[in-house]
Design a protein around this ligand. Sequence first.
Ligand SMILES: *Cc1c(COP(=O)(O)O)cnc(C)c1O
Length: 351
Amino acid sequence: MPQSPATRVVAAGRPAREPDAPLNQPVEFASTYHAGGEVGYGRYGNATWAALEAVLGDLEGGRALAFASGLAASSAVISLLPEGAVVVAPDTAYLGVLDQLRERAAQGRLTLRQLPVTDTAGIAAAAKGAAMVWLESPTNPNLDVADIEAAATAAREAGALTVVDNTFATPLLQRPLELGADIVLHSVTKLLAGHSDVVLGALVVGGDDVYDRLDAHRRLHGAIPGPMEAFLAARGIRTLAVRLEKAQATATELASRLRAHPSVNLVRYPGFGTMCSIEVAGGAAGADKVVDTVELWVHSTSLGGVESSLERRRRWPTESETVDESLLRLSVGIEDVDDLWADLSRALDAI
Ligand SMILES: *Cc1c(COP(=O)(O)O)cnc(C)c1O
């Protein structure tokens, strides 16, 4: 019987069970290896990356490649595109990924067709003649949800690769390869590593040809993870199921309390996951008042740590104009729900 993902986060990616073998893959600090083996050099492989890749591949149902950051991973995916390719992408998504696509479009090297991830029919139509359909679901920070299966089916019929940024859902809530996607992207920095102490990325791929091309890109361009980062991420993943369960229950409860707060105009919560965005009274100034008033919630960018944090996303100049000026992105951690609510509701009262 296949094991539950809650078991696989604990059991996968371990050293072989031999007498005196360690339970966890230790950090392997090595730039080079004795000749004659499969790895050879520290830019080509590392046992600590391999352990992290084993657990990620197991969870997503494919083969994983770890990268120095989520953006190093997206950059590797974009490198697969031929010059002049058409890419279908969300109108709102993680801004760094969109900036990478826009940079290449500005250089005249690709044509971008951007539309909302919720517009499944539009995505299917735009996929015709495209080389790649890029999805993110739920999106950062509007938390819109894509129909991955329908979009991936249309992309496949059109001969395009489907990429899904699965950072917000994690493989415990959504497995895009099973829905027909070709490449899954993770900012491992976020929920997977889970403790706000690591920057790391990963790709998980279904097909061998795409895997080989991405592996070759990593070898040649060198956006490799550090062994210490890979160790910390693998360690973080061991508690992913319990962190996610707790934070998701809290996020669901906070979303319902937030809907009843007079200073909240809109709650964006897709019904699952640990992220919840709110649009508040008083525009940008109202939102800034909230981040200045909270004492338990941390005002910072990034997300997915054990500590709850929040941020007004439009403080970043390249954030999409489809994101409201007053939008606060809440990353719910594992603190007590009533302590989180007391702090947040007091800050909302202060608007
Ligand atoms: C943070 C993030 C990224 C970028 O990852 P880094 O690890 O910061 O490079 C990509 N996609 C999403 C959805 C993110 O939240």
